[in-house]
Design a binder for this molecule. Structure first.
Ligand code: FAD
Length: 411
């Protein structure tokens, strides 16, 4: 893997700043960053992707997890359509699995990288600024470079939502589902899992299976499950009319969500309602059975959490108490680009946002010329498909076509 992006001519303001050997820098090497690179390369654009490939999936998701998205919606898009999940399985002699195990998906993402080795750069970007109409990237090894166009594909890892009531607790006592703790470390421990979404419920199942004593505490009155109307999926052309293959959202909404180009023109109030409905907290249909022996308290909120020695004492809104060894927050995330700590203050201040999401136009351009955002940060503009891997196809095609039309400059 090449690490030599910093050569050629000197920058004029900063002696350490050199012009990158690329036209476009992509920050983040998850499904969106990798797919972006494949599409840009195919258009003849010199691109460099920063970060460790598939790091978030390999390091931060609960080990043993299964993908919630169906196989057909778990392909990282490439222009020729030859680097899908099935192609990976065939190439590596792996039997197809559904649901897709996390481990296989991580390996698939790494296999996808083979065709990109020239443009992968494992260094993290520690600071992105802008000077004289160009972007300056400071890298973790102290090197720096300039580039005209940047695509931020940095995922949701920075957006973890931690309820205030747990914020003061030490990380040994309370952690977020996306902090990559190993479930087997909780064997024999009492764990309160907070939340009712896929991450919370799947973590609860995994912890229970690893020998922890688990209780799920959820504020919704009843747990919900995805895909609990199988008959609606078995009506041939009617089902195809109601559901897209990505299967994000309920009947009807699923079809709309699959058209991000159209979603962008839906009035923001309705678009927000569709988004909230499509990704409301719910677990996959294969979870209820795995959770049948797990205690669940629904319609409950934790009012107080106190560390006492090695335990946490919880007080719930029905007056009941719990003593646990660990609180696991499956409380999702809230997009807020100010939490990307690599964005310089001046740059952030120049980006027009709506409730933390950048306001984007066609080509996924933000209000700063040459700066694009893809993945979850674009979901407010283009709808909830962009929270998922299934969105890589639309996004990469759109952005690559835009960049190819514009050239490396930022007109
Ligand atoms: C528990 C869980 C389960 C999920 N299950 C599914 C599922 O089944 N199907 C699905 O489609 N989606 C699922 N998702 C959503 C998933 O997060 C997105 O689909 C996917 O990660 C989007 O890809 P991405 O490239 O935008 O983000 P990521 O995969 O998060 O990739 C972004 C990468 O950028 C890197 N990065 C961040 N900052 C920098 C920096 N400064 N320099 C260099 N690199 C940087 C990060 O380390 C990360 O590796 C799940 C999410 C969670 C949390």
């Amino acid at each position: 893997m090449s690490n030599s992006a910093d050569n050629s001519s000197q920058g004029h303001n900063n002696p350490r700043l050199t012009r990158a050997d690329c036209e476009v820098a992509v920050i983040g090497a998850g499904p969106y960053g990798l797919s972006m690179a494949a599409h840009l390369q195919a258009k003849g654009v010199r691109v460099r992707v920063f970060g460790t490939p598939m790091e978030f999936w390999a390091e931060k998701m609960p080990e043993g997890m299964l993908l919630r998205s169906p196989r057909v919606a778990s392909n990282i898009s490439d222009p020729a359509g030859t680097l899908g999940l099935e192609a990976y399985e065939n190439a590596c002699n792996r039997p197809p699995s559904a649901p897709v195990p996390l481990r296989d998906f991580v390996e698939y993402g790494r296999w996808f990288c083979h065709g990109l080795s020239d443009c992968l750069d494992r260094r993290n970007v520690v600071r992105l600024g802008r000077e004289n109409g160009e972007f300056s990237l400071a890298l973790e090894d102290g090197k720096a470079m300039r580039v005209r166009r940047v695509i931020v594909a940095a995922g949701i890892g920075s957006f973890k939502r931690k309820p205030v009531v747990f914020k003061h607790l030490d990380s040994a006592l309370a952690s977020h589902c996306y902090e990559g703790r190993r479930v087997r470390d909780f064997m024999g421990k009492r764990v309160a899992v907070i939340g009712a979404g896929q991450s919370a419920l799947e973590s609860a199942a995994l912890l229970h299976e690893a020998g922890a004593e688990v209780e799920v505490i959820a504020k919704i009155p009843q747990l919900r499950w995805i895909g609990m109307h199988p008959r609606l999926h078995q009506l041939g052309p009617i089902s195809a009319f109601l559901y897209s293959q990505h299967d994000v959202g309920p009947a009807g909404i699923s079809r709309l969500v699959a058209m991000p180009k159209l979603m962008r023109h839906v009035p923001i109030g309705i678009r927000d309602r569709i988004r909230t409905r499509a990704v409301r907290p719910a677990g996959s249909k294969w979870l209820p059975q795995r959770l049948s022996k797990v205690k669940v308290a629904t319609g409950r909120v934790v009012l107080e959490a106190r560390a006492v020695g090695h335990e946490v004492k919880l007080k719930l809104d029905d007056g009941s108490d719990r003593s646990v060894d660990h609180v696991l927050m499956g409380t999702g995330y809230s997009v807020d680009i100010r939490k990307y700590d690599f964005l310089s203050r001046e740059l952030v201040d120049g980006i027009r946002v709506l409730d933390g999401y950048p306001i984007l136009t066609s080509g996924f351009c933000s209000s700063v010329p040459g700066l694009h955002f893809v993945g979850a940060t674009a979901a407010r503009t283009f709808g909830p498909l962009l929270y998922f891997v299934a969105g890589t196809d639309f996004v990469s095609r759109e952005v690559a076509a835009y960049v190819a039309r514009q050239g490396s400059g930022t007109r």
